[in-house]
Design a protein around this ligand. Structure first.
Ligand code: PEP
Ligand code: MG
Length: 942
């Protein structure tokens, strides 16, 4: 160790650093120090280091936050000294002094967590103003109105954030806004900008008095007291209710804490050569590689985000301040290249001089995420692997989301139902009933309604309601307003800044184009064009779906599709986990194939029983008095079931098809109403009384743990026999037509190897008979679902018979937890609220419990049959986190609903890239289904 390093270490050992300075082209932090400095602090440091004009400042690290909460809201020793000395450096660099009555330095105090939490925590601007320093600001700027407006804003923000004067109920107006409105009425003016410096002075006084009377505290005049108050409030905001619920929504651990950034204020509201803006290095809605942003002249940063004034497009800045516009173009290029990703940055222009206030990786729609990731590869800035890691699998949902039916929309427009147009802030089509506040959105959603949330503007309190809505419509705000940012992040349809609507919260209605829309009325939003239409409008599938499934759009006609296909081809190159689909019908199988499925992982044969012409025969079979009667009825079902299998085998064209024998308790197929029972009895030639008796006899107290799964085939072997016959006859016939077939017969709900043995024997007997009759054989497997803990624990025995396992994690979760999959929804919310469970175990696998059984089952199964094929077919198979888990425990495939197949493909690729050194999948290693037919990217229909 060199002397220098050793001394540095000693120094670090004696004095822990809590504060990181940046300014004057050099910073103590870097972009990769997000854990310590939070996203904002780390990037302020990075921007300083790459030579961008950042006002000087310092960051109090997240360790201070952790300490603060661990030690009963106390600060670590030494922090105060470090803050004071950093503040001194800022004063020196900026040539101004904090609290100076002649040349006062003002500060901003902002939060900044490791993960971006837009608007969830608190910010205080213009800190350092008091009755003396405000006069200094007046004389330094020569602008009395500006100085008093700054003070007015400071008292308002500090009063709200630090001293807690804010609206108490959901329909309450902000107390400060109320005072401003009163003042405007008194002065007979419409806009805030019409208020004079005298008026603003009056407002400061009124604000302070309101704070005193309602909060019982005097507004602090000492700048240092203000600073520590603000720092405490920002750390405190880490634990406010909306920040906590945001973290829950986005899986951000509470233990991370936030950093606090203290920075010299620069002003965008110092006159006509000042301004402020937000820009993206690429278009956040479409992902297009173009500079995209908005600005307001003579305004402060929060005016753009809060949507009080609708900002101008960034190109217009060229007309106002061409040199700043050019400088911004350079900044854009530098940031995009330096970070190798789309950045969302904030800037302020103070008297014609540009300052950078923030940069971060920009939130984007699913469309934009994919386009940017694919374009960056094409531009040589990142590798395909990196691009796959940049896209959250669930973002693909947006590409698969519906758009309006063109004809329906045209009709709506023709009928004059297109009543307003706002900004196209979040693409896609949404239709639903109007609600005017977030709690209502949540409540209506809970009772099964589709809702569109309409607000004048949204605020962070609204996030849960936004999440519950199909779409969001706001009267104010630009593309970077809260509504727009959050909606895009959530993948919600959003029309923002729609000035044509006039919202009346108290009356629960809005006026638009002379019409009144009341709570509960339908409206439709086109988030791609910004149009607002009255009434409900049917939606249509996405472009990807149109190319791949409907065949109504040519691949070359859709850029979205082309990028999707490219991305999917990369995903397929890097993943090792196979992806199959759960499908019961030929048309579902077709969709699955189009979306890239490599086989069917679960065909639930009971779904085939419900067809109109079939259900009677199924019921006849169930109500038959004996085996003979059952066989007679089964003979009627056999050709129908066989027909379905033929259809599926044809579509799957050589890919494996896992067919499960009958699973649900038989009473699920039976009628319960007297009238229906009598009709059925007549049809099948028994008395209504006998029918009723037999139905009653089938009743079970706990059917999910009753006579279902393989237990049916054991008690009624003729059912398994019929199903096996239908499978093998179909397979032979299809094979005779020259189509390759690979059936895999799967026995459900096995707990004991002897159950499987018995059913396997039966299946193999039928297969032999059919092959002999047809004079042809087909390769097939017999395996089992692992959906009971006993099966997983005794997998070593089960695998002596089973040629494959498929985890039925719906039942495995139910039986491991002893938690009814049909009833758990009624009370699980309490579990999340009370912190007992973090997530729904029926959605994402419980890795420690159910996952452990999967691990044990796989290890023990492969212990006796090393090549045992193992997959998952519960609903978890399409959940990205579960897919990653399945990859990590060495499963061969996941099977999910057809529309989640692309999501699972991407999740599987990300798992492979994250979890191992595995590189491209070599052609030679593509075994089983893949070697029969290369899966490749999703294909459009011929
Ligand atoms: C399962 O239990 O996970 C499964 C796929 O079967 P089902 O949902 O039909 O019970
Ligand atoms: Mg099951």
């Amino acid at each position: 160790m060199g002397v220098k390093k050793a001394t540095a270490k000693r120094r670090a050992g004696t004095k822990k650093r809590y504060v990181y300075f940046f300014g004057g082209g050099r910073a103590e932090g870097r972009a990769d120090m997000k854990e310590l400095l939070g996203g904002k602090g780390a990037n302020l440091a990075e921007m300083t280091n790459i030579g961008l004009p950042v006002p000087p400042g310092f960051t109090l690290s997240t360790e201070v936050c952790t300490y603060y909460y661990e030690q009963g809201k106390k600060y670590p020793k030494g922090l105060e000294t470090q803050v004071t000395s950093s503040l001194g450096r800022v004063e020196k660099l900026f040539g101004m002094n904090f609290g100076d009555s002649e040349n006062p330095l003002l500060l901003s105090v902002r939060s900044g967590a490791r993960a971006s939490m837009p608007g969830m925590m608190d910010t205080i601007l213009n800190l350092g103003l008091n009755v003396e320093t405000v006069e200094g600001l007046v004389s330094r700027t020569g602008n009395e109105r500006f100085a008093w407006d700054s003070y007015r804003r400071f008292v308002q923000m500090y009063g709200d954030v630090v001293l807690g004067l804010k609206p108490e109920k959901k329909d309450d107006v902000d107390p400060f806004e109320e005072i401003i409105e009163r003042k405007k009425r008194e002065r007979g003016v419409t806009y805030d900008t019409d208020l004079t410096s005298q008026d603003l002075k009056g407002l400061v006084d009124l604000f302070k008095r309101e704070i005193q009377s309602r909060r019982g505290v005097n507004f602090p005049e000492d700048p240092m007291e203000q600073l520590w108050g603000a720092i405490g409030a920002v750390f405190g905001s880490w634990m406010n209710e909306r920040a906590i619920s945001y973290r829950k929504l986005y899986d951000i651990p509470h233990s991370w804490g936030t950093a606090v950034n203290v920075q010299a204020m620069v002003f965008g509201n110092m006159g006509d050569d000042s301004g402020t803006g937000v820009a993206f290095t690429r278009d956040p809605a479409t992902g297009e590689n173009r500079f995209y942003g908005e600005f307001l002249m003579n305004a402060q940063g929060e005016d753009v985000v809060a949507g009080i004034r609708t900002p101008l497009a960034i190109e217009k800045l060229h007309e106002v301040l061409p040199h700043v516009h050019d400088q911004l173009l350079d900044v854009r290029k530098k940031l995009d290249r330096h970070y190798g990703d789309m950045q969302d940055f904030e800037f302020t222009i103070q008297n014609g001089r540009l300052f950078m206030l923030q940069t971060r990786t920009g939130k984007r729609t699913g469309f934009a995420a994919i386009r940017i990731a694919v374009d960056l590869v094409d531009e040589g800035l990142i590798t395909p692997q990196e691009s796959l890691l940049r896209i959250e699998p669930d973002q693909l949902n947006q590409l698969l989301r519906p758009v309006f039916d063109i004809e329906e929309k045209r009709r709506a427009v023709g009928e004059g139902r297109m009543v307003a147009k706002g900004l196209n802030a979040g693409p896609g089509a949404a239709t639903g009933k109007v609600v005017f506040n977030a709690p209502d959105a949540e409540e209506w959603h809970r009772r099964g309604e589709r809702v569109v949330l309409v607000r004048i503007e949204t605020s962070p309190e609204d996030i849960r309601g936004m999440s519950a809505s199909e779409g969001i419509l706001t009267a104010r705000g630009g593309m970077t307003s809260h509504a727009a940012l959050v909606a895009r992040q959530m993948g919600k349809v959003c029309v923002a800044g729609c000035t044509g609507i006039d919202v009346d919260y108290a009356g629960r209605q809005m006026r638009v184009k002379g019409q009144t829309v009341r709570e509960g009325d339908y409206i439709s939003l086109d988030g791609t064009t910004g149009e607002v239409m009255l009434g409900e409008i049917k939606t249509k599938p996405s472009e990807v779906i149109q190319v791949l499934i409907e065949g109504t759009l040519k691949p070359e006609g859709s850029h979205v599709y082309q990028q999707f296909a490219k991305l999917m081809s990369w995903a397929d190159r890097f993943r090792s986990l196979r992806v199959r689909a759960n499908a019961d019908q030929p048309d579902q199988s077709r969709v699955a194939i189009a979306l890239g499925a490599e086989g069917i992982g679960l065909c639930r044969t009971e779904h085939m029983f419900f067809g109109e012409e079939r259900i009677d025969s199924v019921r006849e079979m169930i109500l038959a008095a004996d085996g003979e009667g059952r066989r007679k009825a089964l003979a009627k079902i056999l050709p129908m079931q066989k027909g379905d299998f033929v259809g599926i085998f044809e579509v799957m064209n050589g890919l494996p098809v896992t067919i499960r024998t009958l699973d649900p308790p038989l009473h699920e197929f039976l009628p319960h109403e007297d009238k229906e029972i009598s009709e059925l009895a007549e049809k099948i030639g028994i008395s209504a009384e006998v029918a009723r008796q037999r139905i009653n006899a089938l009743h079970e107290a706990n059917p999910m743990l009753g006579h279902r799964g393989c237990r049916l085939g054991i008690v009624y072997p003729e059912i398994t026999e019929m199903q096996a016959r239908a499978i093998f006859e179909a397979a032979c016939e299809v094979k005779q037509r020259g189509i390759d077939v690979h059936p895999e017969v799967m026995i459900p709900l096995v707990a004991h190897v002897n159950e499987l043995k018995q059913q396997e024997k039966l299946v193999r007997k039928v297969a032999g008979e059919v092959f002999e009759q047809k004079g042809v054989t087909v390769p097939y497997l017999v395996g089992t679902m692992i959906e009971l803990p006993r099966a997983a624990l005794t997998a070593g025995e089960v695998a002596t018979v089973a040629e494959f396992f498929s985890y039925g994690t719906n039942d495995l979760t139910q039986t491991t937890y002893g938690l009814s999959r049909d009833d758990a929804g009624k009370f699980l919310q309490e579990y999340y609220d009370k912190g007992i469970l973090e997530k729904d175990p029926f959605q994402t696998i419980d890795q420690d419990g159910v996952g452990l059984l999967m691990r044990i089952g796989t290890e023990r199964g492969r212990g006796v049959r090393p090549k045992l094929k193992v997959g998952i077919c519960g609903e978890h198979g399409g959940d990205p986190a579960t897919v990653e888990f399945c990859h990590s425990i060495g499963l061969d495939y996941v099977s999910c609903s057809p529309f989640r197949v692309p999501i699972a493909r991407l999740a599987a690729a990300r798992a492979a890239l994250k979890g191992s050194k595995k590189t491209e999948r070599k052609k030679s290693s593509v075994k089983d289904e893949g070697s029969r037919k290369a899966a490749g990217p999703a294909r459009p229909p011929k």
